[in-house]
Ligand binder design. Structure first.
Ligand code: NDP
Length: 614
């Protein structure tokens, strides 16, 4: 892998924009606005159907045999971790390293792995370099053999972390938390589950995952469809044949529809096309699909790195992707390219750094350069010019999850693939034997929903349980008008509780990075509670208020950007204001947030927390 220094200055003019450049940028903004407006809808998040009741079958775990039972538990542990994905796993790892023995996991799936446990669709892989995405490579001396890891390898790595830190010992799988109640007299959380467990825990870590609840589109007629259907996060290999690496050998006589063209669809569409008699891809908004360029990484590459290399590489990547400054680009991939473009413009004309307005304009230019190249790639790859036009994304790169794939666009050159471009309108109707879009009926044998996950709905709805705090107030009541936390992780009235996730904290595109930092922080607090004989810890109301204000103040500029974006879960389906600025991440970005947490720990003053003693 190369660790090139950033590109040398280009002679081109930078942000002292010529009239011609400014006119081009304005035209691009206008095109983006028109494309966004086609997709704005009054119902926003309400357009989707919650997976429950008649739709509950879409969430059934296909990876475990049915009928699992076990006796309920009624006991006490020191630390209970909810969620066995990379957040919970990193919490478990750090807690074990800090000497904690009594740790119990509760996980809805049949094993550790989180999103990689559920998302085993064909082609599932990580679009970020394994060296930054996979936690603890250095500690565990793991050397991924390819630059990008496939889903099955990521799942295996998650399970390796669990084994390495002996986390299976006390884990409860196929178990969902149904309620948490604070018992003041004993200073414990009483945890209820759908297996009738009643577990008491002094500390609870909640790492439920931001994308854990699949959602369906609220398309009329969906319940009357008589063919086969499933959601990508519960792939039905019994129907398609094959496995996560492809080879879908049971659908050679089937006409398949896939609804959705987000990051998931981009990865599974090539495999569906290869297996199916015919594939119809129903598109509302095209993804931006850049080069992936996977390649082997020899084991010597890892051996050559200096101690601490992975942390350095992860921080470098996050800095650049979040728009910060670093004098080198260690990963040098499609994620960091906009930063390289920005740097090039800034080096050609230093004055672009003289005001925030100029910096923002230059970032927009850098983004325009990137997205122009992404659109040009569509023309290069897709033979039919009309189809190519439909596949071009007209929005800024980080309005939606950028994708990186070397077979997706090529799939549309196949004779057995039809792109149904709904021009932002989406699918109109589902009939008993097919799909109606653009006024045309497409008869299909199966529909695959690649329609994503709930993001903008309430925290406790997504978690699947509520919490009753010290005063009897529930978390959903407390957060009815927006989240209230200190650092996104602790909340007054709910002692000894640690929340992992992006809102009010340092969100990163490389999500395992922020989870690792949150795991570090929670571990510090729990260890300190033990060392100092602390009975309860929670933030003061005043500190919580101050943090909420910090989040609101820091997000104003970002809200403007999000409002300009095509709808999607990044901007609450085109209504960023409706989610409340308050539920946003820390405005200064992830690296300043991680540094702030580290300084808070180092200060050793526990500022903002109220503590009681054992
Ligand atoms: P997304 O929410 O990104 O995509 C959902 C898709 O469904 C969109 O294309 C959406 O269109 C479409 N859709 C929804 N309703 C309709 C409708 N009525 N008619 C037609 N189309 C419709 O979900 P994904 O599962 O693709 O991705 C979710 C996230 O998972 C990613 O953003 C990423 O964070 C993560 N992921 C990460 C990967 C990785 O490599 N690390 C790989 C895959 C996923 P529209 O865009 O118009 O809303």
């Amino acid at each position: 892998m190369s660790t090139d220094t950033l590109a040398a200055p280009a002679p081109a003019p930078a942000s002292g924009l010529s009239d011609e450049q400014m006119a081009e940028l304005q035209a691009l903004r206008e095109r983006y606005r028109v494309e966004r407006d086609k997709r704005l809808r009054e119902d926003g998040n309400e357009q989707y159907v919650e997976i429950k009741g008649d739709y509950a079958r879409y969430a059934v775990d296909p990876y475990v045999p049915p009928g699992f039972t076990r006796a309920p538990l009624a006991d006490q542990v020191e630390i209970l971790v909810i969620g066995g994905g990379f957040g919970g796993l990193q919490a478990g790892a750090h807690l074990r390293m800090a000497g904690e023995e009594s740790i119990r996991f509760i996980e809805a799936g049949g094993d550790f792995g989180g999103t990689w446990y559920w998302n085993r669709y064909p082609g599932a892989a990580c679009d970020m370099e394994a060296s930054v995405y996979l936690p603890m490579l250095e500690e565990l001396r793991v050397k991924p053999t390819m630059r990008f890891a496939m889903g099955a390898d990521i799942l295996a790595h998650a399970q390796h972390i669990a084994r390495h830190f002996d986390l299976y010992r006390d884990a409860l799988f196929q178990t969902r938390v149904t309620k948490l109640e604070w018992v003041e007299a004993d200073a414990v959380w009483l945890v209820h589950t759908d297996r009738d467990d009643r577990i008491r825990a002094r500390f609870v870590v909640m790492s439920n995952g931001p994308l854990n609840r699949p959602k369906l589109p609220g398309i009329p007629g969906i319940e009357g469809y008589r063919g086969h259907t499933f959601h990508t996060s519960r792939w039905d290999y019994a129907y398609t044949g094959g496995g996560p690496l492809g080879g879908l050998d049971k659908i050679g006589d089937k006409r398949i529809a896939i609804i959705g063209t987000g990051a998931t669809a981009v990865q599974c569409v090539p495999h569906l096309a290869e297996g199916a008699k015919h594939l119809y891809v129903f598109q509302r908004t095209p993804s931006s699909v850049d080069v992936r360029n996977d390649r082997p990484v020899p084991p010597e590459w890892y051996d050559e790195q200096k101690p601490g290399w992975q942390r350095e590489r992860i921080e470098n990547f996050t800095t650049l992707v979040a728009g910060g400054y670093a004098d080198r680009d260690l990963v040098r991939d499609g994620w960091t390219e906009a930063a390289r473009n920005f740097r090039q413009l800034a080096m050609a004309d230093r004055s672009v750094l003289s005001s925030m307005e100029k910096i923002m304009l230059t970032m927009e230019l850098a983004d325009a350069k990137k997205m122009t190249a992404v659109r040009a790639r569509v023309d290069e790859v897709v033979k039919d010019p009309k189809v190519a036009e439909s596949l071009k994304p007209w929005y800024r790169q980080f309005c939606k999850r950028p994708c990186f794939h070397d077979e997706y666009l090529q799939t549309f050159n196949r004779d057995n693939v039809t792109l149904v471009d709904t021009q932002g309108a989406g699918v109109e109707r589902i009939t008993e034997n097919g799909i109606v879009a653009n006024g045309q009926h497409f008869e299909v044998d199966a529909i695959v929903f690649a329609t994503g996950f709930e993001v903008g709905t309430g925290y406790t709805r997504r978690a699947g349980y509520d919490l009753i705090g010290r005063s009897g107030e529930t978390l959903s009541q407390k957060w009815a008008h927006g989240m209230r936390t200190l650092h996104g992780m602790l909340t007054n009235g709910f002692p000894n509780l640690f929340i992992f996730g992006p809102p009010q904290s340092g969100q990163t595109a490389n999500y395992t990075h922020s989870l690792g930092e949150q795991a570090r922080h929670a571990t510090f607090l729990i260890s300190q509670a033990h060392a100092r004989k602390v009975r309860t810890m929670e933030p003061t109301v005043a500190e919580e208020d101050a943090w909420v204000q910090t989040i609101i103040d820091g997000q104003r500029r970002n809200q403007e950007f999000l409002a300009s974006c095509t709808p999607g879960y990044y901007n609450n389906e085109g209504k960023p204001e409706a989610r409340g600025v308050q539920n946003s991440p820390y405005g200064q970005g992830p690296i300043p947030y991680f540094k702030m947490l580290a300084q808070w720990r180092e200060s050793d003053r526990f500022s903002g927390l109220q503590l009681t003693s054992l």
